[in-house]
Ligand binder design. Structure first.
Ligand code: NAD
Ligand code: WQD
Length: 358
């Protein structure tokens, strides 16, 4: 058991209707916890801090205020630790789980497949086992547009075919979607929502929380942000010979605050529901690498040098979502523009140039 009961802010007795957020101190998890607390939910975070800092909790308190923060309990624990998870479910009245915890670096997953399969897949199986034992059968899972692979047609709808993954990380998303679907087939009391995120970027408008990658960033916007702040010399643009207007890759970037709101909308929608439902969470339009660099340059007022390199293995030319299903069913729609995203990324990066542990 890893540091269980390390930091408990408030509750010692059973409370009605808490939401367990695995990976709640991470990038997307922390923004979702803020939205949940501001929406009046009681929240229990389980995170092993493998890719996040406990300092995020102080930042969350600063954003939501002392009163809302009293509704938060944090456990430093691993989702693969069945005993720890069982104690947490015993101590709380958890009705719903939002499951972010996992490893997410595509390149690292190729080098360390067992770590990825163990953490993401075995971790999810342990979590679901403990949930089932506790009679909590409602889960929202962080999936990814990576399950669509290289698309035949755009935009991608939830009915677009899943393609074989090109790396172990992608396979874990692919397989966990299948595992959760099979769980529902075996026991129709389960309520599963699979949220397929496109490319989350941005940060809370306060600049208090944001993406805090360890080491050299794999993703475009954290790399640009570190270049703007002077930590990296230049951005390496992976290919300018794609069949896109400027030759660089196009993605559907979505503000993390919009993404967080999508989870709260899904949580509210799924109450009393059973089944498996898939939603794309994207904006519905794409931006190229060069457009993102340009927008960041404008927002930050910093020059962002870049160099064109070879294509990165496994990359696709473009993808973007058809996000109308989420709008029709959940009443959720991404509101923020690329300018909002890069402004908030810059605000976070410039206020925290070394991240939270720096
Ligand atoms: P993140 O690394 O910032 O957050 C994940 C959190 O999970 C971290 O705080 C980490 O410490 C924790 N964690 C990892 N393994 C754990 C374990 N075994 N037990 C307990 N905690 C554990 O990542 P993120 O960007 O916030 O992503 C959250 C989820 O969304 C992940 O499942 C990721 O695969 C998925 N996702 C992310 C993106 C993206 O581009 N960021 C896109 C699509 C899907
Ligand atoms: C975006 C664009 C690159 C870095 C990955 C995962 C996906 C999801 C989101 C977690 C592409 C280009 C990038 C750089 C560049 N993650 N790029 N220079 O690859 O769309 O998606 O993150 O679930 O599953 O696959 O995101 O930010 O890495 O790349 O030119 O230094 O930027 O080629 O066109 P990607 P990304």
């Amino acid at each position: 058991m890893m540091g269980l009961f390390k930091r408990i802010f408030s509750r010692t007795k059973k409370i009605q209707g808490e939401v367990l957020v695995t990976g709640g101190t991470g990038f997307i998890g922390s923004h979702t916890v803020v939205d949940l607390l501001e929406s009046g939910f009681s929240v229990v975070i389980v995170d092993n801090l493998e890719n996040s800092s406990e300092k995020v909790l102080d930042r969350i308190e600063e954003i939501v205020g002392e009163k809302a923060f009293e509704k938060l309990t944090f456990y430093e624990a691993d989702i693969r630790d069945e005993e720890a998870l069982t104690s947490i479910f015993d101590a709380h009245d958890i009705k719903n789980v939002i499951h972010f915890a996992g490893l997410k670096a595509v390149g690292e997953s190729v080098e360390k497949p067992l770590e990825y399969y163990d953490n993401n897949i075995a971790g999810t199986c342990t979590l679901c086992k403990v949930m089932g034992n506790a009679g909590c059968k409602s889960i929202i899972f962080s999936s990814s547009s990576t399950v669509y692979g290289d698309p035949d047609t755009l935009p991608l709808t939830e009915e677009s075919p899943k393609k074989p993954a090109t790396n172990p990380y992608g396979w874990t998303k692919w397989m966990i979607e299948q595992i959760l679907t099979d769980l529902y087939t075996a026991d129709p009391e389960w309520d599963v929502v699979l949220l397929r995120y496109f490319n989350p970027i941005g940060a809370h408008v306060s600049g208090l929380i944001g993406e805090d990658p360890k080491g050299i960033p794999n993703n475009l916007v954290p790399y640009i942000a570190q270049t703007a702040v002077g930590k990296r010399d230049k951005v390496h643009v992976f290919g300018d010979d794609y069949a896109t207007p400027d030759g660089t890759g196009i993605r559907d970037y979505i503000h993390v605050v919009d993404l967080a709101a999508g989870h709260v909308a899904a949580l509210q929608w799924m109450q009393g529901h059973t089944g498996v439902e898939i939603f794309n969470l994207g904006t519905g339009s794409g931006s190229s690498v060069l457009e993102v660099i340009k927008a960041f340059q404008t927002a930050s007022g910093q020059e962002i040098p870049y160099v064109i390199e070879e294509r990165r293995a496994g990359d696709i030319a473009q993808n973007f979502a058809d996000a109308t299903k989420a709008e029709k069913i959940l009443g959720w729609k991404a509101e923020k523009t690329l300018e909002d995203m890069v402004r908030d990324s810059w605000n976070w990066q410039s206020k925290n140039p070394e991240g939270l542990e720096g």
